[in-house]
Design a protein around this ligand. Structure first.
Ligand code: SF4
Length: 378
């Protein structure tokens, strides 16, 4: 658990307050993605990068240069990411999958996805195992919609793939003490014993391909920085178990439409996020009421300009909704200068998001025909 004494808290299960992402890099001990590393990544990926990498949404890493070195030496990495199915999927959840899609299309590497239906069951008392299983499948349709090669996708659905995961999870669990788990995650005596074991299961996919192949295969995990604590434990046990330490690529957390924390899929926060099953009217309503960095009056905004860095609308422009950098830069500049007013800015964004969701929902339907074939049943 990491808690800034004054303003924010970030754990894999809770994000509260106004998160200082620079401070988080210090607290977690990760490395910033700097321009030379970005240039190297761009070269490897064919000369360009998606907006999330170009605009600093992916901003932190662990051991990324090592993974790139191995790839260049002829030892390709695999991608690993996942989802805890506690509700519908929103735009923030899609970020790592969009990046994985881009990387797979450029490099042809495998993607391993973990669906942690067991973990959501353990941590969310209101959900049954049937609920988390159903949500896991529904979520997969959304998460794989950005475009993947079905032959290179392997889904570890915890309650269905447990025989593949369990032997490795046991190896991990034997090396993680309760005091470590408590220090990293902030467990209290009220936590159930399943939740304490859970991090061992989340480590297993990072090692599974190496175990199957009988040789060290590098692993790259794109994820929200709130998930880093899990993988610190994974990395700590990797060496003693004879596996390579997984490398990480961390994204910032997309702020909720109410302006703080991150987009959340808890049911009381439905208005605070754009869900992938939202219709055009939902998008219109939610974005019209979204928190911005604008001023109290038009006159004040014209005079002083607005503050994009705190604006939930700007956070969406920063992703793929402003595809070209020239447009994104123009929005940022005119926002700051006061030339662009929030009503106009929202009016431009709303149809983009509506169109994106319409296309996404079509792609999602196509995924249904092949998802089952990717689930590891062992
Ligand atoms: Fe946000 Fe747009 Fe208003 Fe700037 S002009 S604060 S980006 S809504």
């Amino acid at each position: 658990m990491e808690k800034d004494e004054e303003s924010f808290q970030v754990t894999p299960w809770k994000v509260e307050g106004k998160v200082d992402f620079d401070r988080l890099v210090e607290l977690f001990g990760t490395s910033r993605i700097d321009p030379p590393l970005l240039a190297r990544l761009s070269k490897l990926l064919g000369g360009d990068l998606p907006p999330a990498l170009r605009r600093g949404i992916y901003y932190s890493h662990r051991d990324l240069p090592w993974v790139l070195d191995e790839y260049t030496k002829g030892n390709p990495f695999f991608l690993y990411t996942g989802r805890g199915p506690s509700g519908d999927v929103h735009l923030g959840h899609l970020l790592p999958f969009e990046l994985c899609s881009f990387i797979q299309q450029r490099l042809g590497v495998d993607l391993w996805v973990q669906i942690t239906d067991d973990e959501r069951f353990l941590f969310k008392r209101e959900l049954t195992l049937q609920d988390t299983h159903r949500l896991g499948l529904e979520n997969l349709y959304d998460l794989l919609a950005p475009g993947f090669d079905p032959r290179r996708v392997h889904v570890l659905f915890d309650t269905r793939s447990i025989r593949a995961l369990y032997p490795i999870a046991l190896e991990v669990a034997r090396r993680v003490t309760f005091s470590t788990a408590r220090a990293v995650f902030g467990f209290s005596p009220e936590n159930n014993i399943g939740s304490i074991f859970y991090t061992a299961l989340q480590s297993a996919p990072a090692f599974l391909p190496s175990r199957k192949e009988g040789r060290p295969i590098p692993c790259l995990i794109p994820c929200g920085i709130d998930q880093d604590p899990h993988f610190r434990i994974t990395r700590d046990v990797a060496d003693p178990l004879g596996y390579p330490k997984p490398a990480l690529l961390h994204n910032l957390l997309i702020p909720g439409l109410q302006g703080t924390g991150k987009m959340s899929s808890s049911s009381d926060a439905r208005e605070g996020a754009i869900y992938l099953n939202d219709g055009p009217k939902d998008v219109q309503r939610k974005l019209s009421h979204a928190f911005t960095g604008g001023r109290a009056t038009v006159a004040e905004q014209r005079k002083l300009g607005a503050v994009p860095e705190i604006c939930s609308i700007w956070a969406l422009w920063r992703t793929q909704f402003a595809e070209k950098d020239a447009e994104f830069d123009e929005i940022t500049r005119t926002c700051r200068s006061g030339e662009l007013l929030c009503g106009e800015c929202k009016g431009r964004l709303i149809p983009r998001v509506q169109k994106f969701l319409e296309q996404h929902q079509e792609r999602r339907e196509q995924v249904k025909s092949w998802v089952e074939s990717t689930i590891v049943e062992a």
